[in-house]
Design a binder for this molecule. Structure first.
Ligand code: JD8
Length: 288
């Protein structure tokens, strides 16, 4: 898979693309990342890429000329163009998985107050945001996207078992983890994890991250294929098959739901009853 990045700050990409997983994938030839300086397409002698906004207002806007020229030069047939933008579509694990199937992604990084709107119109680009906070430009967001996508490219993640486990869990599996020493400054690792009893450990991990709760947003239908969930320490919550409902689950619950649906789809909804570590789990809750 190939990434072409268009930016006025190519040096921001240097070390993040040299180290760790992404660096190794590039070295191993599984990934190609070329970072292009937008000013190469800017008019001489000033190499200016921005201009004042029509209609007035603070700051400057990225002019369409250099960006469109740059993308048209680096884009290959079938290549997708993504503009990192504070108001774009949120980057999710599902989007990362889909993008990892592409041959080429051209990532356009804005600065200043953003880009002339005609850039998106002309290039047919997808606008993507990495989260609800304001960055000073698209470069760091592009690096986030590259890392999230690259690790899903076959062969990039050394440990393919981790990916299999992730596809099970939606990639967001999280239960408390510990390593040596078993006692650090008087803070002890839970005994169950030292027991060697894999069944007990699996139960502890499941129950420790489970929290059912009613959503504030009102009823919503369960997604297709997700009529029921056996989440381990469970009891029925009294909904018939196909009844619209909302369940708030931690990522681990979601993982279990996926597992159960794959193995034995059936009717009826079960939900976990344990509310251990509810506060922590609540913050991790997500809409199903
Ligand atoms: C691209 C310019 C800054 C954005 C005025 C100054 C992504 N999740 C995200 N947050 N912010 C960005 C992002 C911010 C950018 C640019 C991406 C280009 N800015 C602007 C609009 C408001 N500031 C982002 N992905």
């Amino acid at each position: 898979m190939r990434f072409d990045v268009i930016t006025i700050f190519p040096e921001l990409f240097e070390s993040p693309l040299q180290v760790s997983l992404v660096g190794k994938a590039i070295d191993g030839g599984l990934l190609e990342v070329e970072v292009h300086n937008l000013r190469n397409w800017a008019p001489h002698p000033h190499r200016k890429v921005d201009d004042a906004p029509f209609g007035g207002g603070a700051g400057m806007v990225m002019a369409p000329g250099p960006v469109v020229d740059a993308v048209e030069e680096v884009r290959r047939p079938g290549g997708r163009v993504i503009q990192l933008s504070a108001s774009g579509e949120p980057l999710t694990q599902a989007m990362a998985a889909e993008l990892s199937q592409q041959n080429q992604l051209v990532l356009v990084c804005g600065r200043y107050e953003g880009m002339d709107d005609r850039i998106q119109e002309i290039l047919g680009s997808q606008e993507v945001s990495i989260g609800e906070y304001v960055l000073a430009g698209g470069e760091v967001a592009a690096l986030v996207l590259i890392e999230a996508v690259a690790r899903l490219v076959p062969g990039v993640l050394g440990n393919e078992v981790s990916l299999a486990e992730e596809s099970f869990t939606g990639g967001l599996l999280e239960y408390p983890q510990y390593t040596r020493p078993a006692d650090f400054r008087g803070h002890k690792v839970p005994d169950v994890l030292l027991s060697g009893n894999h069944k007990l450990i699996a139960d502890w991990r499941r129950q420790d991250s489970a929290l059912p709760a009613r959503s504030s947003g009102g009823p919503e239908p369960l997604p297709r294929g997700a009529q029921w969930a056996d989440l381990g320490a469970a009891g029925p919550v009294g909904l018939g098959s196909g009844t619209p409902c909302t369940v708030r689950l931690s990522s681990f619950c979601r993982a279990q739901l996926a597992r159960v649906n794959l193995e034995a789809p059936a009717a009826g909804l079960l939900a976990p009853t344990r509310r251990h570590r509810a506060v922590k789990s609540r913050s991790k809750g997500e809409q199903l």
